[in-house]
Structures are given as structure tokens and as C-alpha cells.
Write a protein that binds this ligand. Structure first.
Ligand SMILES: *Cc1c(COP(=O)(O)O)cnc(C)c1O
Length: 373
């Protein structure tokens, strides 16, 4: 396959970069003794799972279909968590889950009898401390519905659950800040932790970020786990998949209204949603910090403010030219949608031996199927 001629838009996932992240995950596991389960809500492109499986212990989920996907396509330990399970959801997931984690005491009460013999049950706790940059993604924000606060807990809960789950970080690059939360959890919930079998500390720890002190984090986890005699889990999503994929687009048109805008054959609202939701502009591989030719990289959607970024280049852009929007793996392929009836990006996987596999491609019939039969 000649990758220079692939029709855009497409995602290109780089196996070598993925393995670099996974090696860091392995180091963290080896030193800390913690188990790592992949958060499928961040990345579920299962054509890459043969690479990931040898490094991680299983998957965790945010909804029933993710449980099934993890069970079918990844294996290992399947953790089921959801903010709200209906009775039908529990029937669907209970035979596939090693652990089922409830978001509230009322959910635990409602489903305890149905699944107590199927899985090790857990409860999500709101630790009231967090490291999350944006309020939208902060699980301990005021009035949060995510997890049970300490004041509502009593040791009676220990008759029903064997584990707790805390998730309170989002892209936290600061190991000391995480360790401070860990200390807070140890002191505040110590009486529970000493009696539980397992504790998941959620995702959002950016241990694959350059210069992150993996060993420091690992030793803190190890000490915690020894102190409370408990098996720890982490639920990384973004940390596993960060900086492993480009969204490759073509320049379709160039328009000018005081600024030059290069319109590309993709849209943040359809293909890279978090650019818009979190106002985090994309980085373009071909751009240059000191370039003399500035452009808005604009989307092909109808939404006026839909743009990938503003950046500059050493030479003027040309229609037909390809651009690589970097770091487009986490929370992208899982959020693709058909807004505007735009062409959906294909998904390719570049293996370490250089071969390129097509993992998925989409056409008009896929678009139509989301709308009716
Ligand atoms: C989102 C989420 C994760 C994964 O978070 P990342 O920031 O992608 O590591 C893990 N656990 C829970 C409960 C989550 O909601």
C-alpha cells in the first residue's frame, strides 16, 4: 500500500509509537504491582488490540456495549462501570464482567441480588479532591453525580462490595499532585481500604508524558498497596494512546476574509470533537513555528466556528496538499459522527514492520444506516 496516495480523510495509527507508550505502562506495572485496564471510552479501535493485549490486564467500560467489546475483543479482566445500569443492562453484562462497579448506593442496592454471584462488586467513591483542568471533565465538581461522597458511606457497605473505584484525574502530568490525592484517600478512607480486596484509582494520570517520573508514581502506588494490603488498578485511556495517531486531511479550498483559511475535508464537530468541546486546537505536523504564511485550518462543516487551529507554514498551502493533524487518537474514533453527511475518515494501522492495514472504512450505506432502515 502506498500511503502517499490514500484518499483522505483518514486516521493513521502508528504501532511503534503505541508500543513506546505501552513500554512505559509495563514499567509502571512492574514496579508498582498495580494492574492496568484500558478505558475503552477513550479508544476502542480493536484492530490494534493484538499490540496492546500483552501489556495490559484487561479493559474497563463506561457503558454496556463497551463491556461486550472488551470481553469479546480484548479478554483478560473485564471491568464494567456505568453511571446508571437498568435491569436489562445488568442482565446483559453480568455474565461477561469480572468486576461490576456501581456509581451510587441506590444502584448497588437495586442490582446486588442479581449479580452478587457473578462478579466482584465495587462502588465508585467521590474523593472530593481532583486534578482535572476543565470543569466539564472534573468528576468532583459541585453537585457531581459521579460517585458516593464519604459522608454517605458506612462500613455496612463492606458486606456487599470488595472494591472501590476513584476517578478524579484528567490529563494530570503532576505526579506530586496525584500522590497528594493518594495520601488524602489513604487517610480519609483507610478503614474501608484495609478491608477491601481491590481499589481502582481510575484514569487521567499522564504517565506517558515526556519526563513524567514513572518510578516515583510507581513507588507511591506500591507503598499504598502494601499499607492497605490491597490490589490496585489504574484505568488509563489517553495515556496509552497519546501521540500515536494523525488525522490526515487534504486542503480543499483556500478562502480569505482578513485571514486566510485553508478548508480541509474534515470537521472537528464530526471527526475531532474534543478540539471544539475543550477548545484545544490541533497541531499540524507540516506547520512551522516561524513560518511566514499564516492560516486558519478550517473545517468542511456548516458550523461557523468549526476550525482545527490557526498556525503558520514556511510556504503557502496548496489545494490538494495533505496535512497531518497530530495526536488524534484518544476520544476521536470513539466519537465519530455523521454530522453534515461528511465523508467519515478511514482508519489505518501502520505496523512496526512498515506494512499498513486498513482497519475500517465507511461509505454512504453506513451513514444511511444510522438514520433508518
Ligand atoms: C474517562 C475515564 C477513564 C479514562 O480516563 P483517561 O483520562 O482517558 O485516562 C478511566 N476511568 C473512568 C471511570 C473514566 O470516566
Amino acid at each position: 500500500m502506498n500511503i502517499d496516495n490514500l484518499p483522505t480523510p483518514y486516521f493513521m495509527i502508528d504501532e511503534g509509537k503505541l508500543i513506546n507508550n505501552l513500554e512505559k505502562a509495563k514499567k509502571l506495572k512492574d514496579i508498582s504491582g498495580a494492574k492496568l485496564v484500558l478505558a475503552l471510552k477513550c479508544f476502542s479501535t480493536f484492530g490494534t488490540f493484538d499490540t496492546i493485549k500483552p501489556y495490559l490486564d484487561g479493559t474497563t467500560s463506561s457503558g454496556p456495549f463497551e463491556v461486550q467489546l472488551g470481553y469479546e475483543e480484548f479478554g483478560g479482566e473485564t471491568h464494567a462501570y456505568s453511571v446508571g445500569y437498568s435491569k436489562a443492562d445488568i442482565e446483559a453484562v453480568k455474565g461477561m464482567s469480572d468486576k461490576i462497579i456501581f456509581n451510587s448506593l441506590s444502584q448497588l442496592e437495586a442490582h446486588y441480588e442479581t449479580c452478587k454471584t457473578n462478579a466482584s462488586l465495587g462502588l465508585r467513591i467521590n474523593p472530593e479532591r481532583s486534578m482535572a483542568g476543565q470543569d466539564l471533565a472534573n468528576p468532583t465538581r459541585p453537585y457531581s453525580r459521579l460517585g458516593v461522597k464519604q459522608e454517605l458511606l458506612s462500613t455496612a457497605v463492606l458486606d456487599k462490595v470488595e472494591g472501590f473505584m476513584f476517578h478524579m484525574n484528567c490529563e494530570n502530568k503532576d505526579a506530586d499532585a496525584f500522590i497528594a490525592i493518594l495520601d488524602h484517600i489513604s487517610t480519609t478512607f483507610g478503614e474501608y481500604l484495609d478491608q477491601l480486596k481491590w481499589l481502582s484509582l481510575g484514569g487521567g494520570i499522564f504517565f506517558t508524558y515526556p519526563e513524567y517520573p514513572i518510578e516515583k508514581l510507581a513507588l507511591a502506588l506500591k507503598a499504598f498497596s502494601e499499607k492497605h494490603d490491597i490490589q490496585l488498578y489504574l484505568e488509563p485511556g489517553e495515556a496509552i494512546i497519546t501521540r500515536t495517531a494523525d488525522l490526515v486531511v487534504s486542503v480543499i479550498d483556500i478562502v480569505e476574509n482578513e485571514k486566510k483559511t485553508a478548508i480541509v475535508d474534515s470537521a472537528t464537530e464530526a471527526h475531532r470533537l474534543d478540539t471544539l468541546i475543550y477548545d484545544e486546537p490541533a497541531s499540524v505536523k507540516e506547520a512551522s513555528d516561524n513560518g511566514e504564511f499564516p492560516y486558519v485550518i478550517g473545517s468542511c462543516s456548516c458550523l461557523a466556528g468549526d476550525q482545527f487551529c490557526e498556525t503558520q507554514f514556511d510556504t503557502p498551502l496548496e489545494i490538494g496538499q495533505k496535512l497531518h493533524l497530530m495526536d488524534s487518537a484518544g476520544y476521536t474514533m470513539v466519537k465519530l459522527n455523521w454530522f453534515n453527511g461528511l465523508k467519515m475518515p478511514s482508519i489505518y494501522y501502520q505496523r512496526v514492520d512498515g506494512t499498513v492495514e486498513l482497519l475500517n472504512s465507511f461509505g454512504y450505506q453506513d451513514f444511511k444506516a444510522t438514520l433508518g432502515k
